[in-house]
Design a protein around this ligand. Structure first.
Ligand code: FES
Length: 63
């Protein structure tokens, strides 16, 4: 699914980047340019970051 139309970035690219440690909106902007044009996708990027961090926290708590 496309998240950022301006820079042709899909959710799978964002999820892959987060698994590689690019796990903040700012870092994703630097890495993928997502959200750096019109900015409409930033809330969706933030949701993906929040989802990733919540899953990471659950993984740590269950380890
Ligand atoms: S849709 Fe991502 S910056 Fe415009």
């Amino acid at each position: 699914m496309y998240v950022c139309i301006c820079h042709d970035v899909k959710d799978t690219q964002i999820r892959t980047a987060m698994l590689q440690g690019v796990d903040s909106v700012q870092a994703l902007q630097d890495e993928l340019l997502v959200g750096t044009c019109c900015g409409c996708c930033v809330p969706m990027v933030q949701d993906l970051v929040d989802e990733h961090q919540a899953k990471f926290a659950i993984d740590i708590m269950s380890a």
